[in-house]
Design a protein around this ligand. Structure first.
Ligand code: GLU
Length: 471
């Protein structure tokens, strides 16, 4: 059996977006499932739009997702000699010809064809002329596309896809500066790199017959294809910014876990029964094109968030601590990894992202809590000034090692003052955290420690009295 070899072939004209990542994942998984090889090829022949920064970003995003490749990255710009040789081979075999038609003439003919309702195409003026390289005029090289018959390609999703050769143009395979064009380079590369399965977006389906005829002319065997459907937004429109982040790295920056995004993207168009959460091993074992949908998949950020929550809860606190630290640093908060790790079990049930974890623990590591303005106005009123100050002084003298002790002191005070729990709980929460949402109050108090609680509750008491932040 021939080895399964797949590739991801991004054009480095921007970041790795969600759609590209999903194609890469399918291609990677297919190779992994079959013990084959996954190859990274950078299609950078469009010199004006390709940048080294995009290459760096694409590789960084692939690394982050864990898409390891066995060969590459190969760059098309470094393979020009290989393409040139193949072009000569086509010219020698009468499968290609030089064309000197001036651009203006082509444009005019094109306009005429469009006006008469015909599909614009090259009319073959130079096809039979046998123009030589020393003709003294600038020329492009065109592929001599067969005029009749059909081209059949095998697609793992669509079965046999048939194209009428009549529909195909004599496409340009080398521009007048000698640089080879996309459809030609892809054929040379896929065949040189012994790609057995070309897995790519179905926006490339129209290119496939054009590539197939070049394979044939070069006497090369066709690979198998899988054209994966597009990703749409939840509303069925083409995926765009307004449906959520488009770039893979933006998800990292928003505190998503790579495993969750990977899992989400794998399930986008592929299913295995109704299983939603997959280990890496399960993905590698089960992934197959038989269960990949032909219709467009819909991107649903809510579901991604749900999956991320699942992954977050399953991650060891020690690992999460390492992920949280840079998010805290970003906020200018310095914290030791050990301390972060200790807080995670308390916070992880309420967090959906690593960023949530970081914002949920910021108040543990800062000296002065900033009150949420609305919350302070609503809850830190003169009536709670005295109970807050009294609580601060009482808890200074208790054993803080158990939540029960703290709760007992708190309850004794509200009972004496005839207050309901929440009448004092919310002011205390604001005193300690700055806001009205946190894990259980006594849990937070214990985690914060006696000294910080005493000081913060006292400060809030003074604030309530004067209506001013005296921090
Ligand atoms: N470079 C192409 C793109 O980024 C992919 C071509 C292919 O996979 O054949 O869309």
């Amino acid at each position: 059996m021939t080895e399964i070899r797949t590739r991801f072939a991004p054009s480095p004209t921007g970041y790795l977006h969600i759609g590209g990542a999903r194609t890469a994942i399918f291609s990677w998984l297919y190779a992994r499932r079959h013990g084959g090889k996954f190859i990274l090829r950078i299609e950078d022949t469009d010199l004006e739009r390709s940048t080294d920064e995009s290459i760096r970003q694409i590789i960084e995003a692939m690394d982050w997702l864990g898409l390891d490749y066995d060969e590459g990255p190969f760059r098309q710009t470094a393979r020009q000699d290989i393409y040139r040789k193949r072009i000569d081979e086509l010219l020698d075999g009468d499968h290609a010809y030089r064309c000197v038609c001036p651009k203006e003439t082509l444009d005019k003919k094109r306009d005429l064809m469009m006006k008469s309702g015909k599909k614009p195409r090259y009319d073959g003026t130079c096809r039979g002329k046998n123009i030589k390289a020393d003709c003294g005029e600038p020329f492009v090289i065109r592929f001599k596309t067969p005029k009749d018959g059909e081209t059949v390609v095998e697609d793992l999703l669509r079965g046999e896809v048939r194209f009428n050769n009549e529909e195909l143009d004599d496409m340009i395979i080398a521009r007048s500066d000698g640089s080879p064009t996309y459809n030609f380079c892809v054929v040379v590369d896929d065949s040189d790199m012994k790609i057995s399965h070309v897995i790519r977006g179905d926006d490339h389906l129209a290119n496939t017959p054009r590539q197939a005829v070049i394979y044939k002319a070069l006497g090369l065997a066709l690979p198998k294809f899988a054209h994966v459907s597009m990703i749409l937004g939840r509303d069925g429109a083409r995926l765009s910014k307004r449906h959520g982040a488009m770039s893979v790295m933006e998800y990292r920056d928003r505190g998503f876990l790579p495993g969750a995004l990977l899992n989400y993207l794998v399930r986008l168009g592929w299913s295995h029964g109704d299983q939603e959460v997959f280990t890496l091993e399960e993905m590698k074992t089960y992934f197959d094109f038989g269960a990949v949908s032909k219709s467009a998949a819909k991107f649903d950020e809510e579901k991604l968030l749900w999956l991320n929550t699942e992954y977050l809860r399953a991650e060891p606190p020690q690992k999460l601590a390492q992920l949280v630290a840079p998010f805290l640093e970003e906020k200018g908060v310095k914290a030791e990894l050990e301390k972060i790790e200790k807080l995670i079990p308390m916070l992880v049930q309420r967090a959906k992202t690593v960023a949530d974890l970081a914002s949920g623990m910021t108040y543990f590591f800062i000296d002065n809590v900033e009150y949420n303005e609305k919350a302070a106005t609503k809850f830190l009123k003169p009536a709670v000034a005295e109970p807050l100050k009294e609580l601060s002084s009482r808890i200074g003298n208790i054993d803080f090692s158990s939540e029960e002790n703290i709760e007992t002191a708190f309850r004794a005070l509200i009972d004496e003052r005839g207050m309901k729990l929440k009448e004092l709980a919310q002011p205390v929460r604001i005193a300690l955290t700055g806001g009205t949402v946190s894990p259980g109050l006594f849990e937070v108090m214990k985690a914060l420690g006696q000294a910080k609680c005493v000081a913060r509750i006292k400060t809030a008491g003074e604030y309530s009295e004067s209506g001013e932040n005296v921090n």
